[in-house]
Design a protein around this ligand. Structure first.
Ligand SMILES: [Zn+2]
Length: 389
């Protein structure tokens, strides 16, 4: 932590970080001071912009029927079996035009940026046909081109098995491996391939097949694991996933192996909160075992409709016993590692992208302390200031 600090940015990059008094004595700054736009952050906290490394923003409608059903007692799995859940978002995305999806994406990115997020991983996964997955990724690309922040696209064709393949589900895995992944790679529409590895979704064997196809097509991998049950992780680590996400039911015997790998454990407690799960991800066990932990919103219409990294940090402090410092690392540099962007994102260092979030609080601990409040006053993305913030 630097007190009385100054950050000099130029051309979308951070070029210098130090004490304000040293910056003011710098001959180059003295000479060029009139040309520099100064932002007074006196009494405020400046952080690296948040890296939200797990979001599902390509959807059209909130899932209000599911919301009410759950309030009256149905479980997430029961709602899914009754035709709600992920499958109920498919219709909206399949029927939507790419430009309608792009518009929705830009609105979501803005909501996230207003709360300090500068880098967003965005997954497809509510189309689940070749065309609608490519359309979703195309919308992510179009939105990314119009957005000053950084967007990392992920193909999540293996989100659930759509109804039309329920009786011949190996055929769907084949479509993911032989059609979706090669097409997304060929058109450079995705950096990662993700799989929802869970009972009722895709098995470990399916996941291995999908990871293999991703690697063959030059794409990196990540997976949703251990959300509802303890997926064995050893075999999957062979594919060097950038991240394993959820991790609620991670098996104790997998912790030492995980600690030896570069795979980040990305925890998304917004989903536990919204689904009123019986517990929260075991952040302490992971951290104490030496596993690097990231936090993300899991922004999506079914299980975590929040754009707010500060709210997720609050959950991590109050329900997962992470310290405020740990939640900041988990939301910045560890999120960057989870997207393989650690050289460009996640910390305020010379040479990195000029991604900063300014908070109107005198103490960094207040960011996770207040909840359902937004103290982010300004967001700077690749050197560009979000005007509306
Ligand atoms: Zn997810």
């Amino acid at each position: 932590m630097l007190e009385d600090a100054a950050v000099l940015c130029m051309g979308g990059k951070i070029v210098s970080v130090g004490k304000s008094k040293d910056a003011l004595r710098d001959p180059w700054i003295k000479k060029n001071r009139k040309k520099i736009r100064e932002i007074d952050c006196n009494g405020k906290v400046v952080l690296p912009g948040f890296v939200d490394s797990h979001t599902h923003p390509v959807f059209m409608q909130p899932r209000l029927v599911d919301f009410e059903k759950r309030i009256s007692g149905a479980t997430y799995e029961e709602i899914g079996e009754a035709g709600g859940g992920i499958r109920s978002s498919l219709d909206g995305v399949r029927k939507a035009t790419k430009s309608a999806l792009t518009k929705k994406l830009l609105a979501a990115f803005k909501e996230m940026a207003i709360q300090g997020t500068t880098t967003i991983e965005a997954k497809s996964g509510y189309g689940l046909t070749l065309d609608s997955e490519l359309k979703s990724l195309g919308a992510i690309r179009d939105a990314a081109q119009q957005w000053p922040g950084t967007i990392v696209p992920t193909l999540l064709g293996a989100h659930v098995v759509p109804n039309e393949y329920k009786t011949c589900y190996p055929k769907y895995v084949e479509i993911v491996c032989k059609e979706m992944i090669p097409a997304a790679a060929r058109r450079k529409l995705a950096q990662f391939v993700d799989v929802f590895t869970e009972r009722g979704a895709f098995s470990e064997e399916d996941t291995r097949k999908i990871f293999e196809a991703a690697n063959q097509n030059g794409l990196d991998v990540r997976a949703h694991v251990c959300q509802l049950s303890g997926t064995p992780l050893q075999e999957l680590l062979r594919f060097k996933p950038a991240s394993f996400d959820h991790m609620d039911h991670v098996r104790e015997q997998d912790l030492p192996t995980l600690a030896r790998h570069n795979t980040i454990a990305t925890l998304v407690p917004g989903a536990n909160y919204f689904l009123n799960a019986t517990g929260y991800p075991p952040a302490r066990e992971l951290i104490d075992a030496g596993v690097p932990v990231a936090l993300a919103t899991d922004y999506n219409p079914g299980s975590s409709p929040t754009p707010s990294m500060p709210f997720v940090m609050s959950l991590a402090c109050t329900h997962m016993k992470m310290s405020p410092e740990e939640t900041i690392s988990a939301s910045t540099i560890n999120g960057a590692w989870a997207l393989r962007l650690q050289d460009r994102k996640g910390s305020v260092e010379p040479g990195k992208d000029a991604d900063l979030a300014v908070f109107d609080v005198p103490d960094y601990r207040e960011i996770a302390y207040w909840f359902a409040a937004n103290h982010c006053q300004m967001t700077i993305m690749n050197g560009e200031i979000l005007p509306e913030a």
